[in-house]
Design a protein around this ligand. Structure first.
Ligand code: ADP
Ligand code: MG
Length: 287
């Protein structure tokens, strides 16, 4: 049976841009009871269109805020960075270069722009910088990026992302097969809850750091769940390694791909589900 199975999975590999790095893990996919999804770029499109640019500092206009944010984000591969770059180009802005760029997983980025230290990131950065903003400034189903210059909060930019059409079907199919689906995201609580509610997920956790993603997988395993994790980012790598079946997707980072058992070239959640069901059907009989 092995050569046949090997040839089948090799041929779907060729068709679907699929790389099985750990065959044993793939063969165990029949046991999966829970799939944990990363949100951004997995269940959602990662489209990140800018919806608002809000200056909170009298010395900085909205254009300057956008310029600093786009500059410090320019080396980043995150959807947020791509959204900023698109908008800056549209507005024909001159974006200065950044030096000493650093990315902190789950928090954001920082670097020197025009000789000034600039930070950009979400709620976790806000906490780290000991800043708060008014509750209604924080509310709304949006991903927010706060920007700091020389340690001072100068404003924030909001992004809208869309749930992929195929995510709805994918989650429904999993439920039909008695597989639970949950969400682990570094994004804020409001966005996470919105996606979880709309897709009817069994569970979600927001504002999680990479080690917390890992801990959550361990927790599920301790509850006798056989866990698949799907992710694309640097912040997903520890969790992908811990999961019983780690699946890296799409345009994701190399770090994610190198830790995963399975790599899928495109990021369609439906393909992930089909792959798992294929694994289930194929290896069911082989125990
Ligand atoms: P997830 O894929 O789990 O949703 P992300 O990789 O998007 O997590 O990162 C989680 C959070 O960290 C983001 O929602 C954002 O607040 C912050 N973050 C990550 N990368 C950046 C970046 N390049 N610029 C600003 N914030 C970032
Ligand atoms: Mg991600």
């Amino acid at each position: 049976a092995i050569p046949l199975v090997a040839s089948i999975s090799t041929s779907i590999s060729a068709q679907n841009g699929l790389l099985i790095r750990n065959r044993t893990a793939f063969e165990s996919s029949r046991k999966i009871s829970t799939i944990v999804f990363d949100k951004t770029g997995t269940l959602t499109k990662g489209s990140h269109e800018i919806t608002r640019i809000v200056s909170l500092h009298s010395d900085y206009t909205e254009t300057e805020l956008l310029t600093y944010a786009a500059a410090v984000e320019s080396p980043s591969e995150h959807h947020i960075a791509k959204g900023l770059a698109r908008k800056a180009k549209e507005d024909k802005l001159d974006i200065p270069s950044v030096t000493d760029f650093k990315y902190t997983a789950g928090v954001g980025v920082n670097g020197k722009v025009n000789g000034k230290e600039v930070h950009a990131g979400g709620n976790m950065l806000l906490e780290k910088m000991n800043e708060t903003v008014d509750k209604d400034e924080k509310e709304g189903v949006e991903t927010k990026v706060f920007t700091f210059v020389e340690g001072e909060l100068i404003g924030f930019i909001t992004f809208a992302d869309e749930i992929r059409e195929s995510s709805f079907d994918a989650i429904k199919t999993l439920h039909d097969h008695n597989i639970k689906a949950s969400l682990l995201t570094g994004d804020n609580e409001i966005v996470a809850k919105d996606v979880a509610d709309k897709l009817g997920l069994d569970d979600y956790m927001a504002e999680v750091l990479p080690d917390q993603k890992l801990e959550k997988i361990k927790e599920l395993q301790a509850q006798d769940e056989f866990v698949a994790m799907v992710g694309d980012g640097v912040n997903d790598a520890p969790a992908l390694a811990q999961a019983d079946v780690g699946i890296a997707i799409g345009s994701g980072t190399d770090v994610a791909a190198e830790t995963a058992d399975i790599v899928l070239m495109d990021s369609d959640p439906k393909d992930i589900v089909n792959l798992i069901l294929f694994g289930k059907a194929t290896y069911q009989k082989m125990v």
